[in-house]
Design a protein around this ligand. Structure first.
Ligand code: ADP
Ligand code: MG
Length: 582
């Protein structure tokens, strides 16, 4: 009987004759090594299990997770912190989809990463033959990432990996997807032929310079400002141009306001920090230089509260970011480092005309606001059970006296309050839920930060936020990473006192477990754990955990009524929950 002409290559399994023969999986592992990848995050299964072993064989660290989304968050975080793409490896269908969540999030946040997923033979997928884990992954990923590649044969792999690397880091960084089909992974080649496929890619990142007219225009506007300010975003932190930013700010005496992940790029408590004067900067500045930030929802779209006569200067690598929401008086499109070099060179011969009282008035306002904030932390210092501020009053001095610890932070009140309470003094030491304000990045990001940088990490997590990724605390333990996870348990989303509607005996939609003992979960995986109910216990637990450099989990018991519906987005959550009626 005639067979269909879509005979799948993968239907006739063969084994290579080692050592003279290899498979596409070997080519993949070597291709990753060839472009300098040091860590791969993933979760194995058919068809990538052997590929992960071969990755290890190349001397690349393979960090195996319990959920692909967290492996992806780790890859994305490594990408953000190191400026090299983090790599995620997933199995087909659901594993691919779980990981894609993180790759899409990385793309939105401009973090470079590459997701490589095993994929069923596309000839069978396209004919809808009902093969194993049949899914059109290539086209599913395409609208959510920066670039997609599909390898049909092993010979395609080195080129796909190199081009994925270029795509991830060049221009605006982002997530790239490689559909690694089973025919390509399983293809048998002579080792000699396989080894000839590799080449040294030239300039995987080529910075693009801004044009001089744009630089001249920006400097003209900046130097004529009476009340100038600099807004620092995570694009500025990512670019690793710390000294240039410091020179621009300090030499020309310009106050700066950091977005959450740009905190520490310049010290939060430095003399020119306008962290406590956000509203004043928005309302009173006449020129704001936006460096690697987007005037999106987090900045009221550059409208409303902002001075309507404001002149924005915007430094961004992505031309399409200019004039989003508000006209930009001076766009400087180019690589951050080259743009700042050109601006600093032009400024050499220029004179600032800022009002001398501008900085001093911001400093006075900062002093007053900081005193109020300190009083707020102090006012709650003996609350029993603790509330968010009591706990943060204890944690703040410990983290601030260990500035090289990377702080990972997610939650609702836990996010807002921790961001406000803890000053950062080093660049790229804060990783949070970023542009989409998502929950479920905690354990993955903590792992990516620890593995990608070799530094110690403290993750401060809301109890709900922790729930999304909690099982990957076990990955922290398996890899013996120096990560302390602090869980603020107030028993719910926002808080633990939500009342269900009258017609049900079910818990309220916002209610979780105020009595949950998250420390027991840590215990299950051999971590050093603590359950703390008082400020003294928290102080001791955090200091001990940091000193141990071991996987630690601290369950911080808060009051169920600590915290409120948060987000500061009035138009998205207009009615307080208590006012909802049936
Ligand atoms: P934040 O959330 O801190 O405001 P965003 O992620 O909104 O930061 O904005 C970061 C911006 O930085 C993006 O518009 C991105 O294009 C830009 N960017 C990222 N990397 C670079 C770079 N190397 N050079 C210049 N701009 C960059
Ligand atoms: Mg909570």
């Amino acid at each position: 009987m005639a067979t269909t002409n879509t005979t799948p290559a993968s239907s006739t399994p063969q084994a290579p004759h080692f050592p003279e023969q290899v498979t596409g999986m070997y080519v993949l592992a070597r291709a990753l090594k060839n472009v300098g990848i040091e860590n791969v995050y993933g979760l194995v299964g058919i068809p990538i299990t052997e590929a992960a072993y071969l990755v290890q064989d190349q001397g690349i660290r393979f960090v195996g997770f319990r959920h692909e989304q967290q492996a992806g968050m780790a890859a994305a975080t490594e990408g953000y912190l190191t400026k090299k793409p983090g790599v995620l490896m997933t199995v087909s269908s659901l594993g691919f989809m779980n990981g894609l969540t993180a790759t899409a999030n990385a793309t939105v946040n401009c973090y470079p990463m590459i997701q490589i997923s095993g994929a069923t033979d596309p000839m069978m997928v396209d004919m809808r033959m009902g093969t194993y884990e049949e899914m059109d992954q290539y086209n599913t990923a395409r609208p959510l990432v920066k670039a997609v590649f599909r390898c049909y044969k092993a010979e395609d792999i080195p080129s796909a990996v190199t081009r994925a690397y270029r795509a991830a880091v060049s221009g605006r960084p982002g997530g790239v997807y490689i559909d690694m089909t089973t025919p390509a992974l399983g293809q048998i080649m002579n080792r000699e032929d396989a080894d000839k496929l590799f080449y040294e890619p030239v300039d995987v990142y080529s910075p693009v310079a801004p044009n001089q007219a744009a630089v001249d225009r920006a400097v003209e506007i900046l130097t004529s400002a009476k009340r100038p300010a600099i807004l620092l975003g995570k694009g500025a932190a990512y670019a690793q141009v710390d000294d240039k930013i410091k020179t621009l700010i300090e030499k020309y005496n310009i106050p700066y306001l950091p977005m959450s992940m740009a905190k520490g790029l310049m010290p939060d408590d430095g003399p020119l920090s306008a962290l406590s004067c956000r509203s004043t900067i928005m309302e009173k500045s006449d020129v704001v230089m936006v460096i690697g930030a987007r005037l999106n929802w987090m900045l009221s779209f550059g409208r409303g509260k902002w001075n309507p006569d404001m002149k924005f200067i915007q430094l961004d690598v992505e031309p399409q970011e200019i004039d989003v929401n508000v006209p930009i008086a001076a766009p400087v499109v180019g690589d951050m480092g080259l743009s700042l070099d050109a601006i600093l060179a032009k400024l050499q011969n220029a004179k600032m005309s800022a009002d001398p009282t501008w900085v001093t008035s911001l400093q006075a306002e900062t002093k007053e606001k900081n005193a109020k904030f300190q009083a707020r932390l102090q006012a709650n210092k003996d609350a029993s059970p603790m509330d968010h501020w009591t706990a943060l009053g204890v944690i703040k001095p410990i983290i601030e006296s260990n500035p090289d610890i990377i702080l990972v932070n997610e939650g609702a009140n836990t996010l807002d309050d921790t961001r406000d309470a803890i000053n950062m003094s080093l660049p790229r030491h804060r990783v949070d839920c970023a542009t989409w304000a998502i929950m479920g990045m905690g354990m993955g990001s903590a792992i990516g930060a620890a593995v990608g940088t070799g530094k110690q990490v403290v993750a401060i997590e809301g109890d709900s936020a922790f729930g999304f990724s909690g099982m990957d605390f076990s990955t922290i333990c398996r890899f013996k990473l120096p990560v302390t996870v602090v869980i603020f348990n107030n028993g719910g989303i926002y808080n633990g006192i939500g009342k269900p509607m009258d017609n049900t005996t079910d818990p309220a939609p916002t209610t979780l477990d105020i009595n949950a003992r998250y420390d027991k979960l840590g215990e299950a995986f051999g971590a050093q754990t603590y359950y703390v109910q008082t400020p003294e216990e928290l102080d001791k637990a955090l200091k001990e955990s940091i000193a141990s450099k071991k996987p630690c989990l601290i369950d911080v018991q808060l009051a169920a009524d600590s915290g409120a519906e948060s987000g500061h987005i009035g138009y998205l959550n207009p009615a307080p929950i208590q006012q909802i009626t049936v």
